[in-house]
Design a protein around this ligand. Structure first.
Ligand SMILES: Cc1cc2nc3c(=O)[nH]c(=O)nc-3n(C[C@H](O)[C@H](O)[C@H](O)COP(=O)(O)O)c2cc1C
Length: 181
């Protein structure tokens, strides 16, 4: 049974949902998974992990600063175990180049170059934003040419099948590190 540690950053909650979903998939395969909200728990990566999946979301072009701090503080340990970065953003839904450049910036900022990176669409939670954030997000989305402008509802872009697939691939690589797939 493998032990997977899953530190994450999430400002509005979608990355937290994704991290919990990944943890459920890991547990359904008979392994241990522990999610840790870095907003409340920074510090050291615990010893004895068989794998680490770091998840973070993008706001104003950047992943959470507290996730970057965590990665910088634990870079040596992260390089010693199979690890992956999960990046959650609106760009990951239809603007791959932008999503990739946000990941590249995170890698440059932290010096961590995870072997595995997954980019998942996040959520546009109009009903949960305050007035200013709602207007800001509507403008950004409109400027991108999207039709998702009805602020009386939310839009969820996460493709859960893709998240499951990524998790199962990660587990398969843990079981067989020689397999580069
Ligand atoms: C104020 C704000 C700024 C955002 N800026 C970006 C951005 O620059 N690029 C992007 O791809 N997504 C951006 N997003 C979309 C978020 O990445 C998306 O809503 C994600 O689901 C947030 O994850 P979280 O709920 O875990 O915080 C922004 C969202 C908000 C509310």
């Amino acid at each position: 049974m493998a032990k997977i540690h899953m530190p994450y950053g999430s400002l509005e909650g979608q990355t937290a949902h994704i991290a919990e979903y990944i943890a459920d998939v890991i547990r359904a395969h008979g392994h241990q998974a522990e999610t840790v909200d870095l907003k409340h728990n920074t510090g050291r990566l615990p010893d004895g992990q068989d794998g680490v999946i770091v998840a973070a979301s993008v706001h104003m072009g950047k992943h959470e600063g507290f996730v970057a701090d965590f990665v910088r503080e634990n870079r040596t340990e992260l390089d010693q175990v199979p690890s992956a970065l999960v990046s959650v953003s609106l760009a990951a839904h239809g603007d791959e180049a932008n999503a990739e450049s946000q990941v590249k910036q995170f890698e440059e900022e932290t010096g961590w170059h995870p072997r595995h990176v997954a980019m998942f669409g996040g959520a546009l939670l109009y009903t949960r934003y305050n007035f200013l954030k709602r207007q800001l997000m509507k403008k950004i989305v409109k400027d991108k040419g999207s039709q998702d402008l009805d602020t009386s509802r939310d839009y969820i872009y996460t493709e859960w099948d893709g998240v499951k697939h990524f998790t199962e691939d990660f587990l398969a690589r843990l079981a067989n590190p020689a397999n580069p797939s």
